[in-house]
Write a protein that binds this ligand. Structure first.
Ligand SMILES: Nc1ncnc2c1ncn2[C@@H]1O[C@H](COP(=O)(O)OP(=O)(O)OP(=O)(O)O)[C@@H](O)[C@H]1O
Length: 583
């Protein structure tokens, strides 16, 4: 432990003696970040538009030109030369738009959406899909004879934070329209929301599926507000159409008016639209819908100007490696480093937050926040606001902020451990490099997780291994820097609560229990690796492993597997409002 304290103080001392660089830092020689390798895979030309219900037609080509007034280092490839000032939209909308030129997805979809067609739209993360669906919908509503005191537009969001963000963007757009917008999301007071919406029905409602169903089924008069619904939007459509939300969505649709009686436009948007989703999406779209994608046939679905790297280190060093990369990001971005660390579950976020909070103050930026489903909604909202407004910060998060969230100036997205799937890897990475800004992605995997790098979509993204010595345009990690960071983490672990360690241990078993095949593990391997993780990554020192409830063992199909400390604990009280995302 002594050398751990020494190493911690040495890192700490080195940080404070900026700009001298320690083993954790990159040598002065390569502090200049030269232009990263550009992997231009995209031939120039109009975005692809394929009408699934009708003959394929190409969208009007979207000429590319730098948007006036854009910051010089912004990647302009997602902005068109088409100006909002020249677009066929009302003055009221133009006053509510803070941008000069349409982005590529806005230019590619505006005319189709204004015509009232149903759309399924794919465009890269951070390229303006929110305004791409809000603007034409608001424009069409402003031209219609709408029933009074009715909700005319419903936007569905898979998470509460994203719903609140869409509401804010809608509020800005409609400030000169005679419309109001409101939200209905989980984790907030249901009666207060019901009262507000019934008494003053908004023209536009942004909702998470679970809470919307609660209102449709239990709030008197709520379902009648939708009797004149003209537009429904599925933001992060692939997430809303996957198994997790399917039942909620089907129930919502039963409460909406028959589309043959009240014509209703459906707009489905996401950065990831698999062939399977295209089939499922048909149930939500009119037969003559258009599929519009701003990605060209062979184009990767991430931003070419964003370096993506990966490193293989044991689970026990995931936190240390992440700490070392955070340090490099702070040096590279000189006091403006904003990093998000995505972890697979709320419990693992909680453990990392506790452990990182115990590191010496100088090692990390002053603002460290956590967002996950085990925090109350007010705590989650406060943390999101704090991270949004911070100049330098670290956000530890589960996937509740992986999609859609528009945190400004995120410089680094760290993904320690196996992402749930390729799509989620892309959405998490999309929290950086938004609207053409720069950014960087870092994937930290154990050897047993390395199969993820060979997955079809991932292997095509050009993720570069982290070099063990400085290399232009890349973050590196020397063995000495990793050792320093490991010592700093080990010095912090004894101060982390036993409860957080036990929860992280059970989370590890749960997360990897659903990836046994990819990991090449048997259930015995899982428990063996879990127990190693408890000691080497969590700093568990007791002879008995952390306990795990008999029922949980049953659910994980781990009955009879050696090495588990199985207990029969008291039945848990029912979960509070802070349940799973989507309510
Ligand atoms: N035409 C535009 N010009 C410049 N910036 C824009 C334009 N349209 C949107 N933006 C900005 O780009 C950022 C990303 O927009 P938005 O969140 O809608 O992206 P998105 O495509 O929905 O991303 P994600 O796939 O992550 O949901 C926001 O800060 C938004 O204000």
């Amino acid at each position: 432990m002594l050398n751990a304290v020494k190493a911690t103080s040495s890192i700490f001392a080195r940080i404070n003696r900026q700009p001298s660089f320690s083993t954790l830092m990159i040598p002065a020689a390569s502090t200049k970040m030269p232009a990263t390798r550009s992997r231009r895979l995209r031939p120039k030309g109009p975005p692809a538009t394929r009408g699934m219900g009708t003959a394929a037609t190409a969208a009007a080509p979207v000429p590319r030109a730098p948007a006036a007034g854009a910051p010089s280092n912004r990647d302009e490839s997602h902005f068109s030369s088409r100006r909002f000032a020249d677009a066929p939209i009302s003055e009221a909308s133009k006053k509510g738009i803070k941008h000069k030129n349409l982005s590529d997805v806005q230019a590619a979809t505006l005319d189709y959406a204004l015509s009232g067609l149903d759309l399924l739209v794919q465009a890269k993360t951070g390229t303006g899909k929110t305004l791409a669906f809000l603007l034409p919908a608001v424009e069409r509503l402003s031209q219609m004879e709408l029933a009074s005191r009715k909700i005319s537009m419903l936007v569905l969001s898979p998470t509460r934070e994203l719903a609140l963000q869409i509401e804010e963007e809608a509020r800005t757009l409609i400030e000169n329209h005679p419309f109001r917008v409101a939200h209905a999301i989980g984790g907030t007071n249901m009666n207060a929301t019901a009262k507000r919406i019934i008494e003053e029905p908004p023209r536009i409602l942004i909702a998470t599926p679970g809470r919307l169903n609660d209102h449709l089924e239990n709030t008197t008069g709520f379902r009648h507000l939708f009797s004149d619904l003209r537009v429904i939007v599925y933001d992060e459509a692939d997430r809303l159409l996957d198994q997790g939300f399917r039942r909620e969505l089907d129930r919502i649709l039963t409460y909406l008016p028959d589309k043959t009686k009240v014509k209703r436009q459906a707009l489905l948007f996401s950065a990831t639209v698999s062939d399977e989703i295209k089939v499922i999406a048909k149930s939500a779209l009119a037969s003559n819908y258009k599929f519009i994608s701003t990605l060209r046939a062979d184009e990767v679905n991430t931003h070419e100007h964003v370096p993506q790297q990966s490193i293989i280190v044991p689970f026990a060093q995931h936190m240390a490696a992440s700490l070392a990369f955070l340090q490099q990001d702070r040096i590279m971005n000189k006091g403006a480093s904003k990093a998000i660390i995505f972890l697979p579950t709320a419990r693992l976020v909680g453990f990392w937050f506790e452990a990182i909070s115990k590191l010496p103050a100088g090692l990390l930026p002053p603002t460290l926040v956590e967002i996950h489903s085990r925090k109350s909604q007010p705590q989650r909202t406060k943390a999101a606001e704090k991270f949004k407004s911070a100049k330098e910060a670290v956000l530890l998060s589960s996937d509740v902020t992986a999609r859609g969230m528009d945190f400004p100036n995120v410089t680094l997205v760290l993904q320690p451990g196996l992402p749930p799937n390729s799509e989620q890897y892309i959405h998490r990475l999309g929290r950086t490099a938004r609207a053409g800004a720069s950014g960087r992605g870092m994937l930290v995997l154990d050897q047993s997780e390395s199969f993820f790098l060979r997955e079809r979509i991932i292997s095509g993204l050009g993720i570069t291994p982290v070099p063990a010595a400085p290399a232009a345009g890349l973050y590196h990690l020397t063995p000495a820097a990793l050792a320093d960071a490991t010592a700093a983490v080990h010095a912090a672990l004894p101060q982390v609560s036993r409860e957080a360690k036990g929860q992280a241990y059970r989370a590890f078993l749960g997360v990897y229990n659903s990836s046994l095949k990819g990991m090449g593990w048997t259930r015995d391997d899982l428990v063996r690796h879990g127990n190693q993780f408890a000691v080497s990554a969590l700093g568990w020192t007791e002879p008995e492993m952390p306990s795990i409830d008999r029922r949980t063992i049953g659910k994980m199909n781990l009955k009879g597997i050696q090495g588990l400390n199985v207990v029969t604990s008291e039945p848990r009280p029912p979960r509070g409002q802070g349940g799973r995302g989507g309510r």
